[in-house]
Write a protein that binds this ligand. Structure first.
Ligand code: KG4
Length: 355
């Protein structure tokens, strides 16, 4: 019988403090303390406030995850943590917490790439079949990634400017919706299925790359002109029309490029991940591809930042023999190309060498 593997994972890269316990294949707990309400009054994430709230909450989130899982600290076999990319101060809180636990319990520490976590969130829905094209769509990232096997990430396309989630949030703010705008745009679209989109320009970007900044600025200029002409207010109907049209244009650009990449690389499967993978239209467009590709879509509960996805990615790192030592640094700009760190990333060592 193989040895029990019980991973405690911690995630604090942005505005969610999260901890999860993955016991074998069983997710025993997944606790998320979101800071969205605290950041709403700033219209976006205020990094210093994020760090302070992580510091305030991380211990209780970890205790809650253990308690809900019914797992005692001594039963843990590994501690996984997001080491990057993310907000510098925010990442440090999770990493210090994880190191302390790893040192105290004398168990291996596993540094995880946040985006690898978003991709492995899909494993709560099904298995990967390679080659796969992974579409990463979040507030800070828009990437089309070719995976030929587990932990093998080649970015074949990415945004040349704004991320899709960032563009959603900026346009939403312009039409008067709260942060995080992508969520509110999606809600409006779902509750107004009769409203048709109006046409928006299609950015011309080479290869599998994407661009959102020009489209976003075009829309913002349109809104400003309409506001000026109507004395400052957009009608409720017009806000809905914008929401429907923007969602369609933003998502279509992403999925059309992903399909092209999947065809060119003869992908068996298309997978999606990141906060924007919660978007209903994006999910529907990907679901509609099932006659051409296998499709893997993370469960809704695993689309926002959480630690269960970090635990899944860690499990693959453990299988492949990767671990980190107590000098594991954080890397706010950590690349996905080249992860896992292959010994070049400080604080990384083969698990077998752990002393
Ligand atoms: O991956 P994520 O939770 O956080 C980081 O980027 O770190 O993604 C957050 C982004 C925000 O821009 C938010 O507006 C967007 O995901 N988002 C959505 C939806 N849910 C979250 N965008 C469109 N439709 C949604 N349903």
């Amino acid at each position: 019988m193989s040895e029990r593997r019980c991973i405690l994972a911690i995630e604090s890269s942005c505005d969610e403090t999260a901890a999860a316990v993955l016991d074998g294949d069983q997710l025993k707990s997944n606790i998320i303390s979101t800071q969205i309400k605290e950041h709403q009054k700033y219209g976006g994430v205020y990094p210093e406030l994020a760090s302070r709230l992580h510091l305030q909450n991380v211990a209780s989130v970890v205790f809650m995850a253990l308690e809900k899982a019914g797992v005692k600290p001594a039963e843990l076999t590994h501690v996984a943590v997001t080491a990057g990319p993310g907000l510098p101060g925010a990442l440090q809180v999770g990493v210090v917490a994880a190191k302390t636990i790893a040192a105290f319990l004398d168990i291996p520490l596993i540094g995880v790439h946040h985006l690898a976590g978003h991709i492995y969130a899909n494993e709560y829905a099904g298995d990967f079949h390679f080659p796969a094209i992974a579409c990463l769509a979040s507030g800070g990232n828009s990437e089309i990634i070719l995976m030929r096997k587990h932990l093998d990430f080649s970015i074949v396309g990415q945004t040349l400017d704004d991320a899709i989630g960032e563009a959603f949030d900026k346009v939403a703010r312009e039409i008067g919706l709260p942060y995080p705008g992508g969520v509110y745009i999606d809600r409006l679209v779902k509750s107004n299925p009769q409203v048709a989109p109006f046409p928006l320009p299609k950015p011309k970007v080479a290869g599998y790359n994407l661009s959102y900044s020009g489209l976003k600025s075009h829309i913002i200029r349109m809104v400003e002109r309409e506001r000026a002409a109507s004395g400052g207010q957009l009608s409720e109907q017009r806000v809905v029309e914008y929401a429907v049209s923007v969602e369609r244009a933003f998502v279509d650009q992403f999925i059309d490029k992903a399909i092209r990449a999947a065809e060119d690389f003869q992908a068996k499967q298309i997978v999606i991940g990141g906060g924007v993978s919660a978007n209903s239209y994006l999910r529907a467009r990907v679901q509609a591809l099932t006659d051409r590709f296998e499709v893997l879509i993370p469960p809704m509960w695993c689309t926002t930042d959480n630690a269960s996805m970090i635990a899944k990615a860690a499990s693959h790192l453990i299988d492949a023999g990767y671990g980190s030592d107590l000098s594991l640094p954080t890397d706010p700009g950590m690349d996905l190309d080249g992860f896992p760190f292959s010994g070049e990333f400080p604080g990384t060592y083969p698990l077998a060498d752990r002393r």
